[in-house]
Design a protein. Structure first.
Length: 353
């Protein structure tokens, strides 16, 4: 059997082939989900299972647009794209790691393990440890990569002024430099391939910290108590995983295309690069502050109004707002460039980016 390619060899493959493999893996998860559903309907004839699966699938869609998902995927993708790479599987790897926690929890629910009930019980020692672990990892990672991308934003803003004065710029010049870059380059170098992103996503998911995850697990537990077959129950976590990986993969690929477009022609697109880098860095820093404040509030038992407010802050659908903002910036930039090319073709001049 031919050995599996290492990540350097995989990255050397054409982008289209890697995209096909990534989305093929997403499709395989959907096939597993549908196969489990078909088998459960064939043996149990219980139409409730279909409704439960739809609910679990929609919960996965909702969970994929949590702000920490978007910030982690977008900021990691931005960093890889700035290195000249085509990171097609960042969203998929992160989501697989994150949803693996849910699948393992679903297995525990199906097997009747009591530990999962303790983990879901707010205030229990298991719940507290998992919540602090997951939130600490996500908060510190987002803070680190947010500061790194903020340094890149500052560098890009300085170059933007020079370009306006006629200076030249290349992709390497966009990389952050100085003390911040040197301090953060080593820890961030540990998150440099899909398996690293997978582990990161798994650690992010340890906290069971969102309403959709908790609702899904309670749904699975309720279905188990209602006597629904184990096969049907396992369709639920796979449905959750399939939905989340689909949305996160699409988001990661879209961000890859956007960020790569920003660094292909630095001189013409440096303004675009500056804006989206600034938005990505700001989002990561914003959510990291909220997350770290929540961890400190829980660990230290703080009662001050600031950490109390941040710990109780419900961002709701803020992740969708962030995606919409980035896509709006991308679309507006594309429209302006096309209008500039059209005007140039009419006048015979050179378009300005």
């Amino acid at each position: 059997m031919k050995a599996l390619l290492n990540h350097h060899e995989r990255e050397a493959l054409p982008t289209g082939r890697r995209l096909a493999v990534t989305f093929g893996a997403v499709a395989a998860l959907h096939v597993v989900m549908l196969a489990l559903l078909a088998d459960s309907l064939r043996t149990n004839h219980n139409p409730v299972v279909l409704g439960l699966l739809i609910t679990a699938y929609l919960a996965g869609v909702k969970h994929s647009y949590d702000w920490d998902h978007i910030a982690a995927i977008d900021n990691s993708t931005r960093r890889f794209a700035a290195q000249g790479r085509s990171p097609v599987s960042v969203g998929f790897a992160f989501s697989m790691g994150h949803s693996m926690v849910v699948v393992l929890a679903g297995v525990l629910v199906v097997s009747g393990a009591g530990i999962i009930q303790d983990a879901l019980n707010d205030g229990s020692s298991a719940n507290t440890v998992l919540s602090i672990t997951g939130a600490s990892v996500s908060g510190l990672f987002l803070l680190t990569i947010g500061v790194y991308n903020a340094a890149a934003f500052r560098r890009t803003a300085l170059l933007y002024r020079r370009v306006k004065d006629g200076a030249t710029v290349n992709r390497e010049a966009l990389a952050p430099t100085g003390l911040v870059a040197r301090l953060l380059d080593k820890p961030l170098s540990r998150v440099n391939r899909p398996r690293d992103i997978f582990v990161l996503g798994f650690l992010f998911g340890l906290g069971f910290d969102t309403a959709s995850t908790i609702a899904f697990l309670l749904l699975t537990a309720t279905a188990a108590l209602a006597g629904i077959s184990p096969v049907a129950l396992m369709a639920l976590p796979f449905g959750f995983m399939a939905a989340m990986t689909l949305c996160d993969t699409v988001n990661g690929v879209a961000m890859m295309k956007m960020y790569r477009r920003a660094v292909v022609d630095p001189k013409r697109r440096i303004g675009f690069n500056m804006v989206i880098t600034g938005v990505s860095a700001a989002s990561a820093l914003f959510i990291s502050v909220i997350t770290i404040a929540g961890v400190l509030h829980t660990m230290l038992g703080l009662t001050d109004p600031v950490t109390t407010f941040l710990a109780e802050l419900d961002l709701g659908h803020a992740g969708l707002v962030l995606v919409a903002l980035l896509l709006f910036i991308w679309g507006a930039h594309t429209w302006v460039r096309r209008a500039g090319h059209a005007a140039s073709a009419t006048t015979g001049g050179n378009p300005q980016g």
